[in-house]
Write a protein that binds this ligand. Structure first.
Ligand code: C2E
Ligand code: CA
Ligand code: CA
Ligand code: CA
Length: 282
């Protein structure tokens, strides 16, 4: 080894050690957070109907602010929660908090009547997780058929154990919940999953939208997917809309929903409330 190579090796080792240390710290902090359910809060990102410019629904996105670690992104802490048996209580807290928040917004006539909640891959590996969701809805006397809660699932989450995954999604659908297929188009066999799963909504992944409208191929794919979802009677929502150009391009499609920073970033409940009030008064 030359001198430089030795140094590089040490650097990599240090980094690994650092990230291992951070993960260990995070597991402990997450356990504490789950025990008292503190440090977690929900944010809401509007989903907009392009034609009517109305906001009837939002995606619930979880946030975690830990006393010593600070703000940790869900991209980092959710996989760790999944690995350490902590995701189920977190999911149930998310659902319960969302139910209560929606109840309040509905009774204050904020114009919002539905929320979408992300389900982790682990949800489909645990025996009692659908049942736990049902209990929550019974507790608050909510009929899942009222369309107020949609669950976002991904192909890769269901794929871990396909027969069981499909069965559990069907069970949720049978209970009356609305199902959205998230990150659509990023997986290997999305079309097969459309056949197998009782899906109401397709969420077109941001990577699809990145090339729109400058890359012709992406535009053609988008148009095809709009037609396909219409033909299948599914709702299509395009995620990750960031620019006015994308927005203007999408307007030519009739009934498409959109979500992205261009319309609104994920907001805390009070921010989102103000956002909704601004829409009502404008
Ligand atoms: P996702 O479900 O695909 O959520 C969309 C992500 O894209 C969110 O990141 C959102 O903030 C971000 N986003 C929205 N619009 C734009 C845009 O215009 N441009 C860009 N660049 N990004 C945009 P976030 O909030 O960091 O969440 C990341 C992932 O963490 C989510 O991906 C989801 O898989 C997971 N996640 C978040 N909350 C929950 C939860 O409550 N439960 C579970 N199981 N997973 C969650
Ligand atoms: Ca999602
Ligand atoms: Ca997504
Ligand atoms: Ca995702």
């Amino acid at each position: 080894f030359g001198k430089d190579q030795v140094r590089t090796t040490y650097t990599i080792f240090d980094e690994e050690l650092h990230s291992e240390k951070r993960e260990i710290e995070m597991v402990e902090a997450l356990k504490q957070a789950v025990e008292h359910m503190d440090g977690f809060y929900l944010t809401y990102q509007p989903k907009i109907h392009l034609k009517y410019r109305s906001v009837r629904s939002a995606e619930v996105l979880l946030r975690w602010n830990d006393k010593s670690l600070g703000q940790v992104s869900p991209g980092e802490f959710i996989p760790i929660a999944e690995k350490n048996g902590l995701i189920q209580p977190i999911t149930m807290w998310v659902i319960e908090t969302a139910i209560l928040q929606l109840k309040e917004w509905k009774s204050n006539h904020m114009g919002i009547n539905a929320l979408s909640i992300n389900l982790s891959a682990v949800h489909f590996q645990l025996e009692e997780s659908n049942e736990k969701i049902n209990h929550l809805f019974q507790k608050y006397h909510i009929d899942p058929n009222d369309g107020s809660i949609e669950f976002e699932i991904t192909e890769s989450a269901v794929m871990k154990n396909i027969d069981r995954g499909v069965e559990m999604v069907k069970e949720l659908k049978g209970q009356g919940f609305t199902i959205a297929l998230d990150d659509f188009g990023t997986g290997l066999s999305s079309l097969m999953y459309l056949k197998k799963l009782p899906v109401d909504t397709l969420k077109l992944d941001k990577s699809f939208m990145d090339g729109v409208p400058t890359i012709k191929k992406d535009n053609i794919l988008l148009e095809m997917l709009v037609n396909m979802s219409e033909g299948l009677g599914m709702t299509l929502i395009a995620e990750g809309i960031e620019t006015e150009t994308q927005h203007n391009f999408l307007k030519k499609f009739g009934s498409v929903y959109v979500q992205g920073y261009y319309y609104g970033k994920p907001m805390t409940s009070s921010e989102f409330q103000r956002y909704l009030q601004d829409i009502i008064t404008n």
